[in-house]
Design a binder for this molecule. Sequence first.
Ligand SMILES: Nc1ncnc2c1ncn2[C@@H]1O[C@H](COP(=O)(O)OP(=O)(O)OP(=O)(O)O)[C@@H](O)[C@H]1O
Ligand SMILES: [Mg+2]
Length: 437
Amino acid sequence: MKPILVVDDDPQMRDALREAIQRLGYEATVAENGQDALGKMAGTPFAMIITDMKMPRMDGLTFLKEVRRRVGNLPVLVITGYGTVENAVETMKEGATDYLMKPFSFDKLNGKISSIMEASAADREIITGNPKMVRLLQITRDVAAGDTTVLIYGESGTGKELIARYIHSQSLRKSKPFVAVNCAAIPEHLMESELFGHEKGSFTGATDKKPGKFELANDGTILLDEIGEMPMGLQAKLLRVLQEREIDRIGGKHTIPINTRVLATTNRDLRKEATEGNFREDLYYRLSVFPLHVPPLRERPEDISPLSEYFVRKFSALLNKEVKGLTGDALNFLLRNQWRGNIRELENALHRAVLLSRGKLIDISDFMLDEPPPELKTGISPDNSNRGIKEMERDLIMKTLRDVNGNKTKAAKILGVNVRTIRNKLSEYGKNFPDEQ
Ligand SMILES: Nc1ncnc2c1ncn2[C@@H]1O[C@H](COP(=O)(O)OP(=O)(O)OP(=O)(O)O)[C@@H](O)[C@H]1O
Ligand SMILES: [Mg+2]
């Protein structure tokens, strides 16, 4: 994996950043200022850059511009000192991927690094061996080149956001911001301000003026994630933005012209929602100028094996493990599973398996769970994505028990767990097999 380049004139900060990066399982290279960094970039490809803003010789903003001139889509995380929001916005305009304002906690830093590295995985790898997906990626590259609005639809966890990021990375806007807005996560009363911004004092709590995501994404791409969740009132406003290519900040006196490409995702059947009156029909037609359907994992069984190998490598590196692959049994087990949560569910299952694994290969028992300690639970995945794993576990236990005629000791041995675990699970399921003699 390519190293992360850290640019900071403060040696203490440099060391701290380097350590944080290494603890996350990535390599770090350090530079003292922009000039030094550009020199290092000439010789080595980097996965991302973390740069301070105030530095001697070449300041962060000049450096950022120079990076953008040279490499379009290299992610850059900017650290701004004691700055104003304005400052941070300026760096976003120059193509920073994200910013972190001093002082910051290491948790926050880790979060930013991880999500940027994860997101930029989109540039590197969309894994597939499925003909339908290969075709989809071809079409995606073709449509990326233009400025068309694209509606990406498909079940939860199929890779819609990945495709959206891929479109941006393959477009002429790739060196400009990519800004994602999750319409399902923002409370209705804040969404308008989030999208279009507001002026100071325009409503209670608007203590400062704030640009909206459309403005932040100017010259770049905005992703309206889960657009089916957008409230009706706002749909009308969005439609106007798409038609007029200008926005109104809340409380603003003038409209602001914008040049932002719009991508949207949904896991709903928007056409149906539109005919049933739950989604504006005119907006639906505006958005689906170019619809792309991402098929569920069960329709592309060829992908399970390469994706699994990829996730094992990814988490092995991330968690600093020695795991190199999967046993045949483990792979067969994955191939037989339903994956209703699609690739996200597969990814979570493998994340967990790599975490639990002690050997060089993931085995079937690594998918078996004793109740994990709470700190592991939160680190891995939200409870709802664990549901799939739970079902998988239950199927595995029940099947194994049937194979050994209900002998819990034998089943426990096959699964590599304590017999007590099997008993506990059975009572949790409300099932019983008589205790063997
Ligand atoms: N073809 C692929 N190759 C590698 N990783 C993939 C692929 N497809 C999806 N992923 C990974 O699976 C996870 C889920 O993908 P993504 O977030 O794009 O799905 P989504 O359709 O937006 O899901 P949701 O509906 O839950 O928001 C991400 O971590 C993504 O990187
Ligand atoms: Mg998504």
